[in-house]
Write a new protein. Structure first.
Length: 172
């Protein structure tokens, strides 16, 4: 908290820095323990919300995959709850009487954060159109790169029809 509060100006969201610092700590501990697989607790709703956060505030079509290799190739990061609804996790945690440790130092005390707004937007959509969040998650698994506009992902410049143009007599 002390590092984040020094670096992030008051009133600005510390989430991205805090996330990077937490990830660094996880990698350091994993390295110290001699392990190369790290399981994170992100669930379906986190992944869908992250997708919209990236789209709305970073201009990227990007979410969190259920499994990825760290940038340096040293660690496998897995998200075993990637396909599980947050409400199911809450019910299961209550049933099993798991202790919930809130992040009240930073995350819990910030009001009106964009992630909260996106989360509320998704809840409102889900109320109005049940199953919408599931459809968004399925869409993230069913990507058509040729129907997006990323030139690094799909070579539109060198795209050509495979058929020769019609002769004048064949035109309609």
């Amino acid at each position: 908290y002390s590092i984040v509060s020094k670096v992030i100006p008051e009133g600005k969201t510390p989430c991205s820095l805090c996330s990077r610092l937490r990830r660094g700590i996880l990698y350091t501990v994993a390295r110290r323990l001699g392990v190369n697989k790290i399981a994170l607790g992100h669930h379906r709703d986190d992944i869908v919300a992250t997708f919209f956060m990236n789209m709305f505030f970073a201009a990227k079509l990007k979410a969190m995959p259920p499994k990825l290799v760290s940038d340096n190739g040293e660690f496998m990061v897995i998200r075993p709850l990637a396909y599980v609804r947050e409400s199911d996790i809450i019910r299961w945690a209550a049933l099993r009487q798991f202790p919930i440790i809130p992040c009240s130092t930073m995350c819990g005390v910030q009001n009106d954060m964009q992630r909260q707004r996106v989360g509320q937007m998704l809840k409102d959509w889900e109320k109005q159109y049940p199953g919408r969040t599931e459809m968004i998650l399925q869409a993230l698994q069913n990507v058509a790169p040729s129907h997006l506009m990323d030139r690094q992902l799909y070579d539109f410049h060198n795209l050509h029809a495979t058929r020769e143009p019609l002769a004048d007599t064949d035109k309609i």
